[in-house]
Design a protein around this ligand. Sequence first.
Ligand code: ADP
Length: 398
Amino acid sequence: MAAAVLTLNAGSSSIKFSLLELADADQFEFVAKGEIEEIESGAPHFSAVDAQGARLAERKWTRPTGFDELLGAVIQWTEDHLGDNKLTAVGHRVVHGGPKHDRPERVTAELLAELEALTPLAPLHEPHSLAPIRAILAARPTLPQVACFDTAFHRTMPTVATRFALPRQYEAQGVRRYGFHGLSYEYIAGRLRALAPRLAAGRVIAGHLGNGASLCAMQAGRSVDTTMGFTALDGLVMGTRCGAIDPGVVLYLQQQCGLCAHDVEDLLYRRSGLLGVSGITSDMRTLQTSPDPRAREAIDLFVYRIVREIGGLMNCLGGLDGLVFTAGIGEHSPDVRAMVCAKLQWLGVALDPEANQSNTLKISHKSSRIEVWAIPTDEEAMIARHTCDTVGATAPAF
Ligand code: ADP
């Protein structure tokens, strides 16, 4: 019987899930994906589609419904959908693994308690990651669960890259740079090993450019630095997040503008970035077709900051052999990729315009000194693979 893994990615207002089956011991088959949206609105909405996008299920609740009940509905639907095939394990995307956890781990009551103690490091995200683990542990104690940490891939960063110039006592409390999007970068490193082994052994900067956005400098497939830091707020301009900002601005907002800590959090996480600068939307596709000059200015700033950070990361790597674009914008926007690469022309970066336009894997021109790739990421496949590995089911290499 094929191993079947449910992956869960829980946020403040949604639970996203994917169901994958291990077919023929060498490949995951994507069976279904879905989500429960509008959890906080009091009228949650469950939907699931198959690999071709055809609707498999839909359900609406008309009353406020507890998280545990909603999660129970996902598990129940998954088991019904699997029929005779049993669910092997559940793999969770856990935002923060703290300073210790450098690989996926089987969930136990002890691990859960340890992760709960990390909540002060990521108060906005960690509780959402842990809620489904706790609920499943209570309702299905024998169902194996695996926690896959978004920070783990960056545990190879040297101390000089993780340290803030703050008094040591804060570092001892865990105030340091961790980096995020690790499951995506780990997947990309694996794909690159399969697609371009020579390049994968070299110096590569990968850009996960979606609603959240970051860059990761990899040496032989290991993270040496990344643009996100203590939180997922640092680094690049994002859909609604400001990215790197002079900490003095935060003081100004509080001391001169009268914003409380909660207002500042809302401003920096949800009202800044592409949305804040354009005043229109956080959605890159919409910005690219907007005639409003502020839309163009927002895109220009997004690109400028990517290029500026690439310069810094290139120095950390001591040079550059390849660039990889991934996630919503990285995979689907030839214009953004072309804008970034045009600014790196001095370095010998040259795109093949046709390949770039068609979003094919290798998009650099054969004359380019630096290889440029657009590779679709798959965090769910990465979680499923880790989950199989951790619980001992056979998992495929990429
Ligand atoms: P998340 O970080 O929430 O997973 P995604 O990786 O799906 O987000 O990225 C969402 C972003 O990708 C949005 O800004 C969206 O407009 C952008 N995007 C998706 N498709 C395209 C496209 N064809 N051209 C430009 N931007 C795109």
